[in-house]
Design a protein around this ligand. Structure first.
Ligand code: FEC
Length: 293
């Protein structure tokens, strides 16, 4: 039976005029304060999305490279923008695939993130192909190695980061935080880095408590401990996008500057051949005995 891969990412607006509809999709119908929308449009303006949208461009580069490496059709599906996950599912079925591997470009499972990707894909396939969803790959050795390569040998204090989520997930027994800390430990061990910590980033103004510490507060606390050189290693994202280019490269950088600290961040895996190779290995593990096209 032939297989295809649906490669899923968060999605990002191509035009500033798309931001209200994009934000509405993220909010799932819940109201948006006008000042939050304005603030988001401004961040996308400063990111220059209309000239070059990093997330969408990198996702396409990754898709094409994975298709070559895995020898299977790979279709892109975005959670909050086009092409939608349902479009990718239709294209996967059109290849005649009997097996669809669902792979999200986010390594850690949460009911508030990966489960949403899964249900969109499951609904779109509607039983017309067997779905093999890769729920998480936070401890997949080739991925850990890609990150370890980026922090090995540093003299700086390494801060591993990931997107925050509402704190209620802990009481719900969600594995997200545990998986994040496991990735951080595995990467640090593999790279021989002893001086490290973990913090969240990119909290949203939704009016409920989110997981912390937030990186901005964390940098202040590190500064108070005498840390002056920080290397940020985002482990919950794999591409350059708004949450990296703004939240780390602008906001965290500004805070570090105020504190008299040097802050650098790792190059994101993006479409690096070593990372694409890791993704291909994940897919191959899932496809198993099914012969490539
Ligand atoms: O570059 C881009 O245009 C898109 C960057 C982007 C990525 C991303 C990844 C994750 N998010 C996760 C959770 C949440 C929750 C809410 C939420 C809100 C936003 C907003 C924008 C946004 N997220 Fe995001 N996220 C990205 C962008 N995210 C924009 C809305 C404005 C704002 O808060 O700044 C809150 C939803 C709500 O309001 O109810 C929760 C998680 C990830 C990492 C996993 C993944 O990539 O899917 C978790 C990239």
């Amino acid at each position: 039976m032939s297989a295809a891969v649906v490669l899923m990412a968060y999605g990002s607006p191509e035009r500033l005029a798309d931001v209200p509809a994009y934000y509405a999709d993220i909010r799932g119908g819940r109201p948006i304060a006008p000042e939050h929308l304005e603030d988001l449009v401004e961040r996308y303006r400063r990111l220059g999305v209309e000239e070059h949208n990093p997330l969408n461009a990198i996702t396409e580069e990754t898709r094409a490279a994975l298709e070559r490496e895995a020898g299977l059709p790979v279709l892109t599906g975005m959670k909050h923008w086009t092409p939608h996950i349902s479009d990718a599912a239709s294209s996967a079925l059109a290849t005649g695939a009997g097996v669809v591997v669902g792979l999200v470009l986010a390594p850690h499972y949460s009911r508030l993130s990966i489960a949403g990707y899964r249900s969109q894909l499951e609904d779109a396939l509607a039983g017309r192909a067997e779905l093999r969803m890769i729920e998480s790959w936070h401890d997949f050795e080739p991925f850990v190695e890609v990150l370890a390569d980026r922090v090995r040998g540093t003299d700086a204090h390494v801060v591993f980061t990931a997107h925050s989520l509402p704190a209620r997930i802990l009481a719900e027994g969600d594995p997200y935080q545990e998986q994040l800390l496991e990735t951080a430990r595995l990467v640090a061990d593999r790279a021989g880095v002893e001086d490290w910590s973990f913090s969240y980033q990119s909290e949203s103004p939704t009016g409920e408590p989110w997981l912390g510490p937030d990186i901005l507060d964390h940098l202040t606390a590190l500064g108070a401990r005498g840390v002056s050189d920080v290397l940020v290693c985002p482990i919950g994202f794999v591409s350059d996008h708004l949450e990296i280019r703004w939240d780390i490269d602008v906001e965290a950088q500004e805070r570090a500057h105020e504190l008299g600290m040097t802050l650098r961040r790792i190059e994101m895996p993006n479409a690096d051949p070593e990372f694409v190779h890791a993704l291909a290995q994940l897919v191959e593990r899932e496809v198993g005995a099914h012969a490539p096209r």
